[in-house]
Write a protein that binds this ligand. Structure first.
Ligand SMILES: [Zn+2]
Length: 114
């Protein structure tokens, strides 16, 4: 296993970050916490391991990090929150009005839980 996979799997202790099902080898997917749809990257702080079903179901939605990633470490969740807050700073112009409203609510919620 390469180092990056190892670090990501450590965040959830080898489980799916959402449903807690053990994930090994081919069944692991790397979820973008800040979705690719919004431009989120595979930066280490933006990735949490999910099983394929959970990743597919999450799609490109902005989830409540604390509630959604029940099986991720506190540290992993904090890292993902800071990534999102930093990511969306000064990026408003890239999104339409509806998206900006969704993002603004999301960031406010994140800031309350840090
Ligand atoms: Zn799952």
């Amino acid at each position: 296993m390469d180092k990056k996979r190892y670090i990501v799997l450590q965040k959830t202790n080898g489980k799916c970050g959402h449903c807690g099902k053990p994930i090994v080898g081919a069944t692991v997917t790397f979820d973008h916490v800040t979705p690719k749809y919004y431009g989120g990257t595979l930066h280490q702080n933006n990735v949490i391991a999910l099983c394929k079903d959970c990743n597919k179901a999450k799609g490109s939605s902005l989830v409540n990090i604390d509630k959604y990633y029940k099986f991720a470490s506190k540290k992993a969740k904090i890292q993902a929150k800071f990534y999102a807050i930093d990511f969306f700073k000064d990026r408003g112009r890239f999104f339409n009005k509806k998206e900006r409203s969704v993002i603004s609510t999301y960031i406010k919620t994140l800031k309350k839980t840090i």
